[in-house]
Design a protein around this ligand. Structure first.
Ligand code: ADP
Length: 481
């Protein structure tokens, strides 16, 4: 067993179960438990039992435990980063950043849990008084993706636990080790057994069906593809669960002729090539205004051509592998179909010699809206560039998609900055910035990119119910003279 995995030694090394592989070389890393349906049902019952005492603690006590969990994540930054890189391939610098980002949700919600205040409402009738309470919703289920194997769990579990909920998490098949490491640290911090349980499986549909239909589970939080999100919403409808959905995107990145081009190139690199383009807020299509089209491409291409592709554990690496061969195949198909339809290949356009799952950073020019590169979610290191003439045209093109997660634009005109911010049909807009994720701001999409918000003060409300209490019979409070 690799020393990196010492933290989760109790959970790995089974003969049979869910096999975890390193996407950089396809080598086997570990085998973890493949939970049965009965075991999952039992975990839900145990979580319901644990809810009674966890929700009964003071928010302050829960906050202290969460703060310890936060500190443990920071203390174990290197180990957690190594595990994440091992199973999802991202460069170590990005994994270290993900540990800090993931931990920040625990720190943030440890505090927010103490501020889930109800209200008193001026009464509508003498002799009656009205107040509201915020209460934890109950047992929640989270289904999470492989591209941020730590942060997508803490972004859901920290607010849930802070609110007083108990949680079952089903991580992606590719990245169960990071989830188990989080569970180990949570226990160490004092999160009681059954308050946060990681359920690993080779069959997400089977376990997902239980999590989305079990009457005890009152809330489902999902991050993943729009297609799977729709299935889960339908399943969750059978018991009318509250849902949060963080789904696919098709982010536009718009550069106007008046923009600071160097700043736009820096933002473009961050928003396109982080995690080799495998994030739901990755830029999916660049719109560059006519007058600066060639200049932007020249400067951008010089930077992209210099990106170092390699295994995530090599400190020089900036672009790691894609998650698996199907992902590489998908990217290959999008690029070849777009080139066949008339896009010009400016850079890359092929697999990379670092290994089977690597794809070279690629730039496509003269892309048009009808090409697959402009409307399919690429989830890879490919930058399709579309030329545009004016603001009206680019707003229409940017909004012409069923998705509405993140959008970016660069301009130095303040009036245009407001117009664009208001006109773009997206849940998040980066103005002159390509890096928008932070625990203090509400993350989420509109249209088919999702429902609900994560992070920020409102993130905890996703795990709470508002109860309205009317107190009557109070005629003696303001006796009529
Ligand atoms: P991606 O294409 O990025 O892998 P998915 O939506 O397929 O995104 O996966 C995101 C999460 O959803 C993963 O944890 C995966 O195991 C889970 N998942 C996929 N299909 C189902 C399903 N039918 N029911 C429940 N969970 C599912």
């Amino acid at each position: 067993m690799s020393g990196i995995l010492t933290l989760i030694a109790d959970y790995i090394g089974l003969d049979d179960g869910l096999s975890v592989n390193n996407p950089a070389n396809n080598q086997h890393i570990a085998t973890v438990k493949d939970w049965s349906e009965d075991e999952t049902q039992n975990a839900i019952l145990a979580a319901a039992n644990a809810f009674k005492s966890w929700s009964g603690q003071t928010a302050k006590k829960r906050a202290r435990i969460l703060q310890r969990w936060y500190l443990l994540m920071r203390e174990h930054q290197e180990e957690l980063a190594q595990i994440a890189t091992l199973e999802c391939g991202k460069p170590m610098a990005e994994s270290r950043g993900e540990v800090v980002y993931g931990a920040s949700f625990i720190e943030w919600f440890a505090e927010e849990g103490k501020r889930t205040c109800g209200t008193t409402i001026p009464t509508h009738a003498a002799g009656k008084r009205i107040m509201t309470l915020k209460q934890p919703i109950g047992v929640i289920a989270a289904i999470t993706p492989w591209n941020f194997p730590l942060a997508m769990i803490t972004r859901k579990i920290a607010p849930a636990l802070a609110a007083g909920c108990t949680a079952i998490v089903k991580p992606a098949e590719a990245t169960p080790l990071s989830a188990l490491a989080l569970q180990v640290l949570a226990r160490k911090a004092g999160v009681p057994e059954h308050v946060f349980t990681v359920v690993t499986t080779t069959d997400p549909a089977r376990i997902g069906k239980i999590l989305t239909t079990h009457p005890i589970i009152r809330k489902l939080s999902f991050t993943g593809s729009t297609a799977v999100g729709k299935i889960l919403m339908q399943q969750a409808a059978t018991t009318v669960k509250k849902v949060s959905m963080e789904l696919g995107g098709n982010a536009p990145f718009i550069v106007f002729g008046d923009a600071d081009i160097d700043a736009a190139v820096t933002g473009a690199l961050a928003s396109k090539y982080r995690n080799a383009g495998q994030t739901c807020i990755s830029t999916n299509r660049f719109f560059i205004q006519d007058g600066i089209y060639d200049e932007f491409i020249n400067r951008f291409t010089a930077k992209v051509a210099a990106l170092k592709v390699g295994h995530g554990d090599d400190p020089a690496t900036q672009i790691g592998p894609l998650i698996n061969s199907a992902a590489v195949q998908k990217v290959e198909n999008i690029v070849s179909a777009s080139v066949a339809a008339g896009a010009s290949l400016i850079l890359g356009g092929a697999r990379h010699c670092a290994g089977d799952n690597f794809y070279a950073p690629t730039i496509l020019g003269e892309v048009t809206m009808d090409m697959p590169a402009a409307h399919s979610e690429i989830f890879g290191p490919v930058a399709p560039i579309i030329r545009f003439r004016d603001e009206e045209e680019v707003i229409a093109a940017a909004n012409d998609t069923p998705y509405g997660l993140a959008a970016y634009f660069y301009t130095r005109d303040l009036g245009r900055a407001w117009r664009m911010s208001e006109a773009l049909e997206y849940g998040m807009v980066g103005v002159n910035d390509g890096d928008i994720s932070t625990e203090v701001a509400p993350f989420g999409g509109i249209k088919q990119s999702g429902i609900g918000r994560e992070g920020a003060s409102c993130g905890i409300d996703e795990y709470m119910e508002i109860k309205y209490c009317l107190m009557g019979g109070l005629d003696n409070v303001n006796p009529v003279e």
